[in-house]
Ligand binder design. Structure first.
Ligand SMILES: C[S@@+](CC[C@H](N)C(=O)[O-])C[C@H]1O[C@@H](n2cnc3c(N)ncnc32)[C@H](O)[C@@H]1O
Length: 294
C-alpha cells in the first residue's frame, strides 16, 4: 500500500498489560509525574494531543481543554484509553505513529509526551514531526529518561556500569530503550525549532527502601518541592521540559486530518477519514485508525 520511505523500528506495546506496570508499586512515580505535568501544563486551551498516551493514565489532567486527542501506536492501548475516557465527548482516540502524525501543520495548542521518547530511535525526526503539528507559540511538554542521573553516576564511578553518564550520545541500554543526556536533548529540541522555557527534575526519591518507608503521596509531595530547584542539577532519572514552538513562518494546514501516507489533507466521513488519493482510514465512533497494518 505504501511506497513512502522506511520508518525507524517501533517499540510496540500491543497486548502489553501496561496498567499492571503502574499497579506494581509505582504510585510514587505516578504522583510525582502528575505534579510536574500540572506545574508545566497551561491549565486551559482549545486542542491538546498526548502522543504515546497508552491507556490514558494522565488524561484527567486535561480537564481544561475543549478537545483532547489520545494517540498511541498500539491499538490495544488506544482501546483501553477509550474504555477509560470514551464517556467524555471532548476525547478522540487515535491509533497512529509519531513518525507520521495524521494531523495538518499547526493543529494543536499543546502536545504532551511522557515516557515515550525513550523508545524513539530517530529523535530528530520525531521532534520535527511534533514541531510541525504544533501551532507557532504552542507548548510541548516532553518527559525523557536522563542518562546522567545520580544512580548512573555512582554505578559508573564504582565500575558497575560500562557506559559513561557524562558522554552526550544516547545510550541504548536494552533494544529500543534509550536514556538521554540533558544537554543532548536540549540541542535536539532547539534544532527542531523549540525554545525551552522551564524544566523539572522528577523522581528524586525513586529508591525501593524510601518507597517502602514513606507513603507515596508524602514522597511525591517532597519530590514536588524540589522538582524546580533540582532542574539546576538534573540528577534525577526523569526530566520534564516545557518548550515553545518558535514563531517561524510555515505553511499552516488546511483542515485537521492529514493522510499519514501521502501527507495530503484528508476529510472526515461517517466511517472513515479519506484523502484525495483514495487512502481510507477507518473510524469507529471516536476511535480513528490512522496507520497501516491494523
Ligand atoms: C511507556 S508507555 C507510556 C504511556 C503513557 N505516556 C504513560 O506515561 O502512561 C509508551 C507508549 O508509547 C507508545 N509508542 C511507542 N512508539 C510509538 C510511536 N512510534 N508512535 C506512537 N506511540 C508510540 C507505546 O505503544 C506505549 O503505549
Amino acid at each position: 500500500m505504501s511506497d513512502a520511505p522506511a520508518l525507524p523500528p517501533i517499540c510496540d506495546y500491543e497486548e502489553t498489560d501496561y496498567e499492571a506496570f503502574w499497579r506494581a508499586g509505582r504510585a510514587y512515580e505516578d504522583l510525582a509525574e502528575r505534579i510536574a505535568l500540572r506545574a508545566l501544563l497551561p491549565p486551559r486551551g482549545r486542542r491538546l494531543v498526548e502522543i504515546g498516551a497508552g491507556f490514558g493514565r494522565l488524561a484527567d489532567l486535561y480537564a481544561g481543554y475543549e478537545e483532547v486527542y489520545l494517540l498511541d501506536y498500539a491499538r490495544s492501548q488506544v482501546e483501553a484509553a477509550r474504555r477509560r475516557w470514551g464517556h467524555d465527548p471532548r476525547f478522540r482516540f487515535v491509533v497512529g505513529d509519531l513518525y507520521r502524525l495524521p494531523f495538518m501543520p499547526g493543529s494543536f495548542d499543546v502536545i504532551v509526551m511522557v515516557r515515550v521518547i525513550h523508545h524513539v530511535r530517530d529523535v530528530p525526526r520525531a521532534l520535527r514531526e511534533i514541531h510541525e503539528v504544533l501551532r507557532p507559540g504552542g507548548v510541548f511538554i516532553l518527559e525523557f529518561a536522563n542518562k546522567r542521573n545520580l544512580k548512573a553516576i555512582l554505578r559508573y564511578v564504582v565500575g558497575a556500569q560500562s557506559w559513561s553518564p557524562f558522554s552526550p550520545e544516547p545510550v541504548e541500554f536494552a533494544p529500543l530503550h534509550f536514556d538521554f543526556h540533558p544537554a543532548w536533548m536540549r540541542a535536539r529540541l532547539e534544532e527542531a525549532g523549540f525554545q525551552i522555557q522551564r524544566e523539572r527534575a522528577v523522581s528524586h526519591f525513586r529508591h525501593p527502601w524510601l518507597k517502602r518507608l514513606i507513603p507515596a503521596p508524602a514522597l511525591a509531595r517532597m519530590d514536588g518541592w524540589v522538582q524546580g530547584i533540582g532542574a539546576l542539577w538534573r540528577l534525577t532519572p526523569s526530566l520534564f521540559v516545557r518548550a515553545e514552538a518558535g514563531l517561524v513562518e510555515r505553511a499552516m494546514g488546511e483542515g485537521f486530518w492529514r493522510c499519514p501516507l501521502c501527507r495530503r489533507p484528508a476529510r472526515e466521513e461517517e466511517a472513515a477519514v479519506v484523502c484525495p488519493e483514495g487512502h481510507r482510514w477507518p473510524r469507529e465512533g471516536s476511535l480513528y485508525r490512522m496507520r497501516e497494518g491494523i
